[in-house]
Design a protein around this ligand. Structure first.
Ligand code: PLP
Length: 474
């Protein structure tokens, strides 16, 4: 047993740190050791329970109903608001889209109206559920959705309209009241994706109207495993009424086993993340969350202002909550800047060029990062200088041109092997498979000049090769 645990620790040492505030994407750290400990204990206690049947594990049902009650109160759900605890933001969004589609069986080719900044999870939902996507450009100055253009994009096939509070890439809040009003006027559902802002905004003094306080908003998603700082695997999808949720449920009695009865895409559903979320939310409480939200948002606004003042950096949009993106001028590229920050112990996420917008670097600030504010500013300042000294990565013009002309549908496995090698992602030598180079800037710069469909195809080819069993016995 000790050998196995030692191996776990050894493998964990190779991961990005989940605590300490230096990983500015993927993880959220409250900095509260006791909250983490309670979450860990709850995970261990409930790891074997199964939310598949809420009559057999009433504990899990109670956790879930309590969490939904808390979220409904935070997000101004009127009496009658209902919800479901899911495994994450993507599952909450999948279910919102699926429930909307299945509430309109008479629509032959159902569609979804999205601002161009909506999370990729909506595209995944459309792909899974056979729903058409109508993407509407956002205001190019503010990166907020354009409610008139979205209203004009709705037609008889529209089953759902979406707004973000805030959007992941730029951290701005869409004009929810105008979007929801236009949707309601046509009797179309309106979902607010508050996955990343929904546990922050209600705790701020200057909270805008983004949730069920807005008439016409029919569902809201909010992730617990982001700013409720709970262990991974917990999000909530709220519906304004039980009637709106009905089409989300699935039952199947026509087989020889138990009648399957599910509220989520999962059937067997671990009680562990639900119990852990319940325990952490109860432990931190409203006062705790108010403090954590103020700490993270204050640090974010300060950091964005400081970053915007660094010679060579521009903040893309003023952050509404805890996320923002920066761009570089022609003296450096954001990919080299990301590598320089990584070399100094800070992980930030590059965002590739999109619809004429240049690439950017994404910062998600959690409460634990605020405690290391001065370190982060020093690292950012030094990294900008270093990236400018290195200069931007040059992608050979003939390579960039080739990338723009490649049709991913015409490429076979050998072609992908060649492209991955060209991108610096193949393991090289006698080894098969792929690897990540120490410096990602050349890879990112190449992906950046490729059209989105080629990026997708290349990265799928990469993933396909990355996730293979180790060769040989042992
Ligand atoms: C994180 C996020 C999601 C997706 O959530 P996952 O938990 O990663 O599946 C959706 N929308 C927004 C705005 C997000 O920030």
């Amino acid at each position: 047993m000790n050998d196995v645990l030692a191996r776990l620790r050894a493998l964990q040492a190779g991961d990005l740190p989940t605590h300490g505030g230096s990983t500015l994407a993927y993880v959220y750290d409250s900095g509260l050791a006791e909250a983490d400990e309670i979450g860990r204990q709850a995970l261990a206690m409930f790891g074997a329970t199964n939310g598949l049947d809420p009559t057999v594990f009433p504990s899990v049902r109670e956790f879930e109903n309590d969490l939904v009650t808390h979220a409904a109160r935070l997000l101004h759900g009127p009496p009658g608001t209902v919800g479901t605890v899911t495994s994450g933001g993507t599952e909450s969004i999948l279910l919102a889209v699926q429930a909307a589609r299945d509430s309109r069986p008479e629509v032959d080719r159902p569609s979804l109206v999205l601002p161009s900044t909506a999370h990729a999870a909506f595209h995944k939902a459309a792909h899974y559920f056979g729903v058409q996507v109508v993407v509407v450009d956002v205001d190019p100055a503010t990166f907020r959705a354009d409610p008139e253009a979205m209203a004009a994009a709705c037609d008889d096939t529209t089953v759902l309209v979406v707004a973000s509070a805030p959007s992941y890439a730029h951290g701005v809040i869409d004009p929810v009241p105008a979007i929801a009003e236009a949707a309601a006027a046509r009797d179309i559902r309106c979902h607010v994706d508050a996955c990343i802002g929904g546990w922050i905004l209600p705790y701020l003094d200057d909270c805008p109207d983004f949730d069920f306080v807005v008439p016409g908003v029919t569902s809201v998603s909010v992730d617990l495993h982001k700013y409720a700082y709970t262990p991974k695997g917990a999000s909530i999808l709220l519906h304004r009424t039980a009637a709106l949720r009905r089409s989300q449920f699935f039952a199947h009695a026509d087989w020889p086993g138990y009648t399957m009865l599910n509220a989520t895409t999962q059937s067997t559903k671990s009680g562990a993340p639900v119990a852990a979320a319940w325990a952490v939310v109860r432990h931190i409480g409203d006062e705790g969350y108010r403090r954590l939200a103020a700490t993270a948002v204050t640090a974010t606004r300060r950091l964005a202002a400081t970053a915007d003042g660094i010679d060579g950096l521009t903040v893309v949009a003023e952050p509404a909550t805890t996320l923002f993106a920066v761009r570089t001028d022609e003296r450096a590229d954001v990919f080299t800047l990301a590598d320089e920050l990584a070399a100094r112990g800070w992980f930030v996420q590059p965002q590739l060029a999109f619809r004429g917008q240049p690439p950017s670097l994404h910062f998600t600030i959690s409460a634990a990062t605020a405690a290391r504010y001065d370190d982060l500013v020093a690292a950012l300042t030094a990294s900008v200088v270093a990236a400018q000294q290195a200069g931007p990565v040059q992608v050979a013009p003939e390579l960039a041109q080739a990338a723009q002309g490649l049709d991913p549908d015409t490429l076979d496995d050998a072609a992908f092997d060649g492209l991955l090698e060209l991108a610096g992602l193949s393991a090289g030598g006698n080894e098969s498979g792929v690897r990540l180079p120490a410096r990602m800037a050349p890879v990112n710069a190449l992906l950046n000049v490729a059209p989105p469909r080629l990026r997708e195809a290349l990265l799928i080819a990469f993933l396909d090769r990355l996730m293979r069993p180790a060769p040989g016995p042992g």
